[in-house]
Design a protein around this ligand. Structure first.
Ligand code: NDP
Length: 381
């Protein structure tokens, strides 16, 4: 079990649940970071007494610094401050719970400082997949999945001989709009989209779940994490979110990981890996559950899933283009400026208009991200 961790994105949904795990397991916290949530970061810092905190939004730096002026906690500000926190020597594990591509550089920084990574920030692998994987190998660190589906696959694969995996079956809840037609989607509101049936999460991933972009991002994440191709992954809609994903082996035996819809299980497993310790999460009651259901996803209505698969198939910059245009479009949707069906439309527009390139470096990824955002914003500024 890791004893010293740095938690990037501590004020978010995953961040707060990670601190719940940390509190119970009595793990030391080296650093905590946030974007703008000064008050909550201050409260967390006073409770967990890290060596450092960072507030990414530089306009909030002075307020943050003043709020902890009576403590010994070092306060950093800005994106560089997040990188400082990611590499602090005391921590053995960096839990990355930042949302969006903002998590990519901190992941790389922590890897190059030889930290193992517990990765919730799926955009890290979606945008920087090969670059991150090469850095993991070069630095000899572990990359532990936190995303529930990927943690499930990781758990199912424990003890499996190399070469025995035939297929990954990623489950999807289908989100709040499962079964709706495109016409019905035309009229959905932000409030309805934020009302996920099974999970309570940050706003961006909740919208991604409503469009099934989240499943598309997860397909790309799974291809990188488990070194498989698109043909080795099947997405199945499983409304109950009880089976978090499955693997099929060469002999057609299927192993599944089940549990209540509580992110503290995968978060805790990444921190205690390979040990398992008690958790406050509810056990399953199978008689109460009764039945579990499975259906195919509708890639015509939920185009974002197919767009991610296409982007991964094209390789190079395309996953970063799909991700960047989605991040910008989700912000527009959340601010009421576009409808939900504009999200895939804008992703498609960015993917068509940005020329692809293979053998990319980190600067290429950030350039593609900002180009994609520009294409989305050009319609609405
Ligand atoms: P939230 O929006 O709830 O939290 C995001 C965190 O990142 C907050 O601490 C936020 O700070 C911080 N942050 C936001 N922007 C920046 C930035 N530019 N620089 C540095 N820090 C920043 O997100 P979630 O916790 O829901 O999701 C986090 C990641 O985990 C995402 O990649 C998501 O896809 C993934 N994930 C989430 C799951 C969930 O159940 N929530 C499940 C599986 C994966 P502030 O509070 O100040 O804004």
């Amino acid at each position: 079990m890791y004893r010293n961790i740095t938690l990037l994105g501590s004020t978010g949904s995953i961040g707060r649940q990670t601190l719940d795990v940390v509190r119970r397991l009595k793990i030391n916290v080296t650093a905590l970071t946030a974007n703008r949530s000064v008050k909550l970061l201050e409260e967390q810092a006073r409770e967990f007494n890290p060596r450092a905190v960072c507030i990414a939004d530089e306009n909030k730096y002075l307020e943050m610094k003043n709020s902890l002026a009576d403590t010994d906690i070092k306060v950093f500000g800005g994106d560089d401050g997040i990188l400082e926190c990611a590499r602090l020597s005391e921590s053995e594990l960096a839990v990355n719970a930042i949302v969006g591509i903002a998590g990519l550089r901190p992941t790389l920084e922590a890897i190059s400082a030889k930290k193992d990574i517990a990765l919730a920030n799926k955009e890290t692998l979606v945008t920087g997949g090969e670059i991150v994987k090469n850095a993991v190998i070069e630095n000899g660190v572990k990359l532990l999945p936190v995303d529930s589906e990927h943690s499930a696959v990781f758990q199912c694969l424990q003890g499996a001989p190399r070469g025995s995996l035939k297929k990954i079956i990623l489950t999807a809840s289908g989100g709040p709009f499962f079964g709706k037609t495109r016409d019905e989607l035309e009229r959905v509101t932000v409030k309805e989209a934020l009302n996920h049936p099974n999970w309570s999460m940050g706003a961006k991933i909740t919208i991604d779940s409503a469009t099934m972009m989240n499943k598309g991002l997860e397909v790309i994440e799974a291809c990188h994490l488990f070194n498989v191709g698109l043909d080795d992954i099947e997405v199945v809609v499983h409304r109950e979110s009880i089976i978090h994903s499955m693997v099929e082996f060469n002999d057609n035996a299927v192993v599944a990981q089940l549990g209540s819809a509580d992110m503290r299980i995968p978060i805790q497993y990444a921190i205690t890996y390979p040990e398992r310790v008690e958790s406050p999460c509810l056990p399953l009651d199978f008689a109460e559950l009764g039945s579990l259901t499975f259906t195919k996803p509708d890639r015509e209505v939920f185009e974002c899933l197919a767009l991610c698969e296409r982007a991964f198939g094209q390789g190079g910059l395309m996953p970063a283009v799909a991700n960047g245009s989605n991040e910008a479009a989700v912000e527009l949707f959340l601010s009421g400026k576009i409808g939900i069906l504009d999200i895939p439309r804008l992703i498609k527009k960015a993917m068509i208009n940005i020329p692809n390139k293979q053998n990319i470096n980190i600067d290429d990824v950030y350039t593609a991200d900002s180009e994609a955002r520009k294409i989305v914003m050009s319609e609405y500024s």
